[in-house]
Design a protein around this ligand. Structure first.
Ligand code: ADP
Ligand code: ZN
Length: 224
């Protein structure tokens, strides 16, 4: 099966750590039959496996720093080539700085899909981001996030797959502040980059998960 260009969308998700990119990318991908490609998940899986990539990226992630572009760009572009028979791709966590955005455009311009169709910016206020990150638990098996602030008894298992829940080491307060700093310095310029290209769609990231998903699905559907 070959897909005409218009049937296939390349979508970028932008937003601060804690904005809900991962949750929303998973939900929107399922609803719209798209592939969800999360650079953070790929790195975390490599660290869990303890392979060569994992060993290279571990210390950067633990510090809340960005993994060097050379490693990140190569990993994402390799994955982009294996896109499968889906309606599109959601890039979650990539590009995260201007150099990555430019590399992505350059790689896409050489292939059949040419450019990013829409960049969805999920906007959330900073106090809310910090609150969400410090109460975030994840399923070790399927990556589903849960919110737990310590008020409702012990955290048990994943409701979807029964997997063990854990807190990401980089969700510790000190690392959260570092990640936010990196976000404002390196990633916020990427929002402006897509705005100038006329492909930015800003979505309010507050409220119920399902409502936010609906806003994003609409924004992607409305993009040309
Ligand atoms: P969050 O958006 O909540 O900070 P992610 O799961 O997207 O979390 O990323 C976790 C970590 O993985 C980052 O802090 C960084 O070290 C690394 N990482 C993920 N994506 C990239 C990227 N595009 N470029 C460089 N490093 C990345
Ligand atoms: Zn699970």
């Amino acid at each position: 099966m070959s897909l005409a260009k218009t049937d296939f969308k390349i979508v970028v998700f932008l937003g601060a750590p804690g904005a809900g990119k991962g949750t929303q990318a998973a939900g929107v991908a399922q609803e719209m039959h798209m592939t969800h490609l999360s650079s953070g998940d790929l790195f975390r899986q490599a660290v869990e496996r303890g392979d060569e990539l994992g060993m290279k990226v571990k210390s950067f992630m633990e510090r809340g720093a960005l993994v060097p572009d050379e490693i990140t760009i190569q990993m994402v572009l390799e994955r982009l080539e294996q896109r499968g028979e889906q309606r599109g791709i959601i890039l979650d966590g990539f590009p995260r700085n201007l150099a990555q955005a430019e590399s992505l455009d350059k790689a896409l311009s050489a292939g059949p899909y040419e450019n990013v169709d829409v960049a969805v910016y999920i906007s959330v206020e900073q106090p809310e981001l910090i609150k969400r990150l410090s109460s975030r638990w994840l399923c070790r098996q399927c990556q589903t996030p849960y919110n737990y602030d310590g008020s409702k008894g012990a955290v048990s298992a994943c409701a979807k797959c029964g997997g063990e829940l854990y807190q990401r080491p980089d969700d510790a307060m000190e690392t959260v502040l570092k990640r936010l700093e990196v976000y404002f310095r390196d990633t916020v310029p990427v929002i402006e980059y897509y705005k100038q290209r006329g492909t930015l769609a800003e979505v309010d990231g507050g409220g119920d998960v399902e409502d936010i998903t609906a806003r994003i699905v609409k924004a992607i559907g409305d993009s040309k």
